[in-house]
Write a protein that binds this ligand. Structure first.
Ligand code: DGL
Length: 263
């Protein structure tokens, strides 16, 4: 039986959301993907909810011009300021609720740490989502504003990045979390470096992976393991000097030529 081919829009402030696109492509390679990286206005994680809301609406409007069937907000900072996912004309999926659910299921000690941008942390969206599932869970948050610029610079395994990670993660290690949520879609690119700092025993939940099952469930799609060529259109709002370094780390293939757009 041939699977329906959906058009899925995905957006983030920059290249981090490619980690979400990868997870979508791995489980549903038949679909056509439209990726928008708002590189002109990056970072999102230092912006106020009001400003982010304007960006979200513009990004959604742009993706709707591609006649998408659904939109994945591949950005925790943007997800943290969307109050009602049902207000859009197509199904919209955020990355926070699925990751919170995965962390609650995983954490046996009921001690969850979250690293994310300042906006995501100050909105407390993860804390609320986790404690609505289990109010007994202790949640420890750490804002990591320096990590997104390091990823966008492609300093993924660099002594400076390691030092910054060590500094950000030490409070969570002291709090003895057993589960760590990478609450920013840029952070999976730092996974090897993060693993080195936290050691082998802490469960790491990537907000880039968890949303995919939600999308499949919504459209009643099975996981598709076929090896297909990626149908990805890439749109950026400004040139990104790191695209050619970061894209192959995620997709093992050269980046498609991005189209620059102005929102
Ligand atoms: N990757 C985004 C997130 O998940 C945004 C990072 C940023 O632009 O600050 O929060």
């Amino acid at each position: 039986m041939s699977l329906p081919i959906l058009k899925i829009g995905v957006f983030d402030s920059g290249l981090g959301g490619l980690t979400v696109l990868k997870s979508l492509f791995e489980k549903a390679p038949q679909n056509q993907y439209f990726y928008l990286g708002d590189t002109a206005r990056l970072p999102y994680g230092s912006k106020s909810p009001k400003v982010l809301r304007k960006y979200i609406d513009q990004n959604v409007q742009f993706l709707l011009t591609k006649k998408v069937d659904a939109i994945v907000v591949a950005c925790n900072s943007a997800s943290s300021v969307i109050e009602n996912l049902n207000e859009f004309p197509v199904p919209v999926f955020d990355v926070i609720k699925p990751s919170a659910r995965a962390a609650v299921t995983t954490s046996l000690e009921e001690r969850i740490g979250i690293i994310a941008t300042r906006t995501t942390i100050s909105q407390k969206t993860y804390v609320k989502a986790i404690q609505s599932l289990n109010p007994l869970i202790s949640v420890f948050q750490q804002a990591c504003p320096l990590l997104v610029p390091l990823v966008e610079e492609a300093w993924l395994e660099d002594p400076i990045t390691n030092l910054v990670l060590y500094r950000y993660l030490s409070a969570l290690l002291q709090a003895q979390v057993d589960t760590l949520i990478l609450g920013c879609t840029h952070y999976p690119l730092l996974l090897p470096a993060i693993r080195k700092v936290v050691g082998p025993d802490i469960n790491i939940i990537s907000s880039a992976n968890c949303v995919v099952d939600e999308v499949l469930l919504h459209f009643k799609l099975p996981i598709n393991n076929e090896k297909l060529d990626a149908k990805i259109e890439l749109y950026l709002t400004d040139a990104s000097p790191s695209l050619d370094t970061i894209y192959p780390k995620i997709f093992f293939s050269p980046a498609p030529q991005p189209e620059l757009i102005y929102l």
